[in-house]
Design a binder for this molecule. Structure first.
Ligand code: HEC
Length: 161
């Protein structure tokens, strides 16, 4: 092969690798692993263990909301802040990368909106935010819970079907 021929062949290989890389990014960052649902929602297809992890986190959200509202009712800013912090962005890092790759971009956007909202609420409550301000922030976080539940489902493990 001539020098030019070799160069052309390497360029073709590089181009193919770039296309494959872009396809992988689109698959794992944007599309995720999804199926159509019976209603208008989208089903995120997860392994039973991943689904269990996600639902456990969801129930943790409800427990955290209980702590926040209890703290608000008693004027205990420390409790409000600690409960919100536990639901912040740091908590999202518990999700394994393989599971993360199955989540569609919109799902991740909504999830980080909620986690980030709790980070801000935690910081503001610790910084002396009024009950009204905290409730306002809580309401907009809950808007994220509502939006995601209106859009997504997770696939049931085969045993539950
Ligand atoms: C990024 C998406 C997303 C966000 C944000 C989200 N959820 Fe969920 N949640 C889901 C999905 C998907 C399910 C499973 C629903 C299904 O399969 O029908 C679920 C299920 C639940 C469940 C049922 C748990 C169980 O054991 O069955 C609760 C409770 C819940 N979410 C509470 C919340 C609360 C509270 C918030 C906000 C603080 C929240 N979720 C935010 C996606 C989300």
């Amino acid at each position: 092969m001539t020098q030019q021929g070799k160069l052309r062949a390497s360029l073709v290989v590089i181009a193919l690798l770039v296309v494959a890389l872009v396809a992988l990014v689109v698959k794992f960052v944007v599309v995720g692993s999804t199926l159509p649902a019976q209603d208008a929602r989208v089903v995120v297809a997860l392994e039973p263990g991943e689904r269990a992890l996600m639902l456990r986190e969801m129930r943790g959200f409800v427990a955290g909301l209980q702590r926040i509202t209890d703290g608000l009712a008693r004027g205990d800013a420390k409790e409000v802040s600690a409960a919100a912090r536990a639901m912040g962005t740091a908590a999202a890092h518990d999700a394994p990368v393989t599971m993360f790759a199955k989540l569609p971009l919109e799902f991740k956007r909504l999830a980080f909106g909620v986690h980030g909202g709790f980070d801000r609420l935690a910081a503001d409550a610790a910084g002396g935010a009024s009950r009204e301000q905290t409730l306002g922030e809580l309401s907009s976080i809950l808007g994220g819970c509502v939006a995601c539940h209106a859009t997504f489902q997770v696939a049931a493990p085969p045993a539950a079907r």
